[in-house]
Design a protein around this ligand. Structure first.
Ligand code: SAH
Length: 347
């Protein structure tokens, strides 16, 4: 597959070059780009292209067309897909219906190598990066299957988007393109565990998307244990990078904070969280940890959650507790993929 051209990952200009190299006139590139931009990644459906060109495309190019391995529909309308790519890799995609539109949560890697202690996505390590077209294929396949017009995208599925930087940036450009899905950058959130050099690099690009930083701890001591990435890029460095990112882009940063019982929801944590987020505009998203069997972390009680949230709010933080969607279908990242892999191993 690797020697075939991944044409759905190409920009218009690059696609033209490939098509010209195949001995075709440039208007064929525009016709092909039209199909690709609409998400019709099926050569047989491209009825305005001549058979000889289609044959070349068939032999020389690759279009990811994931099959729906599993589909779970929650009582609240959330749909969770497990997609399988041609090489057998499984990837999770979640569609969420809100009053203000439909959001999709996309995966950027098959697996993850960050090793966060509470997360199901990283249990089997990283299998491989997804290409831009494979990230985009999740968008189109979910949209087509659900017949919902997707208005928002969150890169919060399996994987660390900034560990797959080039493909992720390319995906952002493709999904934002007017001849493609045309999703505005302001409708896209990208979540990172805190890869400092790549956050800087993203800031340089100046996309007006929302950067979400998974913080989850207020001391280096705890964050080192929960998120190994912290040993490389500790809190002072990460928060300084957030300040710089905000100064550069003017975009409010979303701070994700997974709440774990008896671990990170004390009064001191609330106060430290407030000081850490000084110096830039932020919105704190509190997420009661989802219980993952292999991990054993429990969420705090409803009372504790409320108290922690109120404490932050009283001191002036912008804070919300994330509404839980799709609870009945294991909708948090990595859980379905992981349970399916476990089943497959059992045979
Ligand atoms: N790698 C990126 C994006 C993927 S995870 C990142 O770390 O931000 C999306 C969010 O879900 C992250 O904030 C992650 O820390 C959080 N998450 C992972 N496991 C979780 C669990 N068991 N319960 C609640 N949130 C979890």
């Amino acid at each position: 597959m690797s020697e075939r051209a991944d044409i759905a990952s190409l920009t218009g200009e690059e696609l033209t070059q490939v098509v010209l190299a195949m001995g075709q006139p440039s208007y064929r590139a525009r016709q092909l780009a039209d199909w690709l931009g609409k998400g019709i990644w099926d050569l047989q459906a491209m009825t305005n292209l001549p058979a000889s060109f289609l044959k070349m495309l068939e032999e020389q190019t690759y279009l990811p067309r994931p099959v729906i391995e599993r589909k779970l529909v929650s009582t609240d309308g959330t749909v969770k897909y497990l997609f399988r790519f041609a090489d057998g890799e499984l990837v999770e995609t979640v569609l969420m219906n809100y009053r203000h539109g439909t959001s999709v949560c996309l995966s950027t890697q098959a697996g993850c190598r960050q090793g966060c202690a509470f997360c199901a996505s990283t249990l089997g390590g990283l299998n491989r990066n997804l290409t831009a077209s494979e990230i985009l294929a999740q968008f189109f396949t979910a949209q087509r299957d659900s017949q919902c017009k997707i208005s928002n995208i969150v890169l919060m599925g399996t994987g660390e988007p900034l560990d797959n930087f080039d493909h992720t940036v390319r995906f952002l450009q493709l999904v934002n393109a007017p001849q493609g899905p045309n999703i505005g950058m302001r409708h896209i959130s990208l979540s990172t565990c805190g890869l400092v050099p790549q956050i800087r690099q993203l800031g340089e690009m100046g996309f007006p998307l929302t950067l979400s930083v998974s913080l989850h701890a207020t001391t280096d001591e705890l964050r080192d244990r929960l998120m190994p990435v912290n040993r490389k890029y500790p809190l002072p460095m990460l928060m300084q990078t957030c300040k710089e990112y905000f100064a550069k882009t003017g975009r409010r940063i979303s701070i994700e904070y997974v709440m774990i019982k008896d671990m990170n929801v004390s009064k001191q944590d609330a106060n430290r969280l407030l000081s850490l987020t000084e110096g830039f505009l932020s919105h704190i998203n509190l997420i009661p940890v989802n219980y993952v069997e292999e991990r054993g972390f429990h969420p705090p009680s409803e009372g504790e959650i409320k108290e922690f949230c109120e404490l932050l709010r009283r001191k002036g933080a912008e804070v919300t507790v994330r509404r839980k969607l799709g609870n009945d279908i294991n909708a948090s990242c990595g859980q379905l993929r992981h349970s399916c892999q476990k089943e497959q191993k059992k045979g």
